[in-house]
Design a protein around this ligand. Structure first.
Ligand code: PSV
Ligand code: MN
Ligand code: MN
Length: 388
């Protein structure tokens, strides 16, 4: 296969999951700037996700966050998604927005609070059963602010206990994806601060527990592609929360701050054939569009992932392997850079035309009149619940 054809094939197979909360109003802790036309309920968030999928052909699933997306009937919500041409993706649990969780959720010293938190995780699995979702996504805000505040070791024991109970409730075809985050909201110690901690818990739990890499959750300068390579090799990479950051958990559009980093990550993925949907890696966007229009920003983000994937698939793997084997440092690096420096936009435009899509999905959205419709129809849209 020609390199260009291989690149098109790699991109065509890749599904990018969008997040329900990215369609709703969001902001920083200083201010939420409401936008016209945002969804008023989970059904309308799914409608927006379906618009992104229709225009890109590449966003077939939408993740939910519970209780932000609480509805009476999850089977009906999943049916609505299907009618719109998308499916429900990961169910994200929320054990961080209740007064009870001031000192932690599943690691809280109070067994009553731990019970409440674990019950929520189990409820999320019920929602997976009702919606057909395969992934339970866990992120814990748990940690401490002051040395001595609690026992770091005891908190790990409590975490392990809650994870084991939750894991035991998963169906045979369901996974638990455990996210890590260096800091925030806890500032002294975080109970799942890094991939090693997440990996160790997942290893203990079993095959269907895997690590999620949120690209915004590391110390500056962290080599994220190393983490990708390590976890892939160990069969423990469950998926990504893609976004980009300049400083901390900025939740900006993926590939905006550092397209080269996104390329390096996708090179690890593509060189291990892990972009193949059969490998089960979830490529999700976990972003907030606080000042830019949301739907076009999400479309742009999907395209950014596609561009990085196409560039990664353009790497001349034979030349790279030979240079590596020969100890040709400059040659190996040059092979990688040749691919990164290729403008893949024309190639992706023809790929979209072949798929019967508009070659420029952002422009197609602007022309579609969709924004004007939702602006007029939806009054009093929702706040995501995050960053307010
Ligand atoms: C935490 O910062 C996080 O990345 C987790 O994935 C949450 O579920 C998500 O943000 C909410 O936006
Ligand atoms: Mn995340
Ligand atoms: Mn985050």
């Amino acid at each position: 296969m020609r390199h260009e054809d291989a690149a098109k094939a790699a991109v065509r197979g890749l599904g990018v999951e969008t997040a329900s909360w990215a369609y709703a109003n969001s902001g920083t802790r200083f201010k939420v700037f409401p936008q016209p036309g945002v969804p008023r309920d989970p059904y309308e968030k799914i409608d927006d996700a379906a618009v992104v999928h229709r225009l890109t052909g590449a966003a077939p699933t939408v993740a939910l966050h519970i209780p932000w997306d609480e509805v009476d009937d999850y089977t009906a919500l999943a049916a609505h998604a299907r009618d719109q041409g998308v499916r429900i993706g990961a169910i994200n649990a929320n054990v961080f927005q209740d007064d009870d969780y001031k000192l932690g959720s599943v690691t809280n010293p109070d067994p009553g609070v731990r019970r409440k938190a674990t019950d929520h995780l189990l409820e999320c699995i019920d929602i997976m059963d009702a919606t057909g979702s395969k992934d339970l996504k866990l992120w814990f805000a748990d940690g401490t602010n002051y040395p001595g505040q609690d026992s770091i070791r005891a908190r790990q024991d409590r975490l392990a206990e809650a994870l084991a109970e939750t894991y035991g409730r998963l169906g045979a075809d369901q996974r638990m994806l455990l996210e890590y985050k260096l800091f925030e909201p806890a500032f002294y110690s975080t109970d799942v601060p890094d991939w090693g901690t997440s990996y160790a818990h997942c290893l203990q739990l079993g095959e269907r527990a895997q690590v999620v890499i949120d690209t915004g959750h590391h110390a500056p300068g962290t080599n994220i592609e190393f983490i990708v390579a390590f976890l892939l090799r160990a069969g423990k990479l469950g998926g990504f929360d893609f976004n980009s950051r300049f400083y901390a958990d900025d939740d900006l559009m993926v590939g905006a701050a550092d397209p080269f980093q996104l390329f390096r990550i996708m090179h690890e993925i593509v060189s291990a054939d892990a972009h193949d949907p059969a490998q089960g890696i979830a490529f999700m966007l976990d972003q907030c569009h606080n000042i830019e229009p949301k739907i076009p920003a999400i479309i742009r983000s999907v395209l950014n992932v596609q561009e990085a994937t196409a560039k990664a698939a353009l790497v001349d793997a034979d030349a790279l392997a030979k240079a590596q084997q020969d100890g040709d440092v400059l040659g190996a690096n040059g092979t990688l850079m040749d691919a990164f420096n290729t403008d893949v936009r024309p190639l992706l435009a023809t790929m979209r035309e072949d798929q019967g899509l508009d070659p420029d999905p952002v422009a197609a959205y602007e022309r579609s009149g969709h924004f004007e419709t939702i602006r007029d129809q939806r009054v009093g849209g929702e706040q995501a619940g995050w960053g307010a």
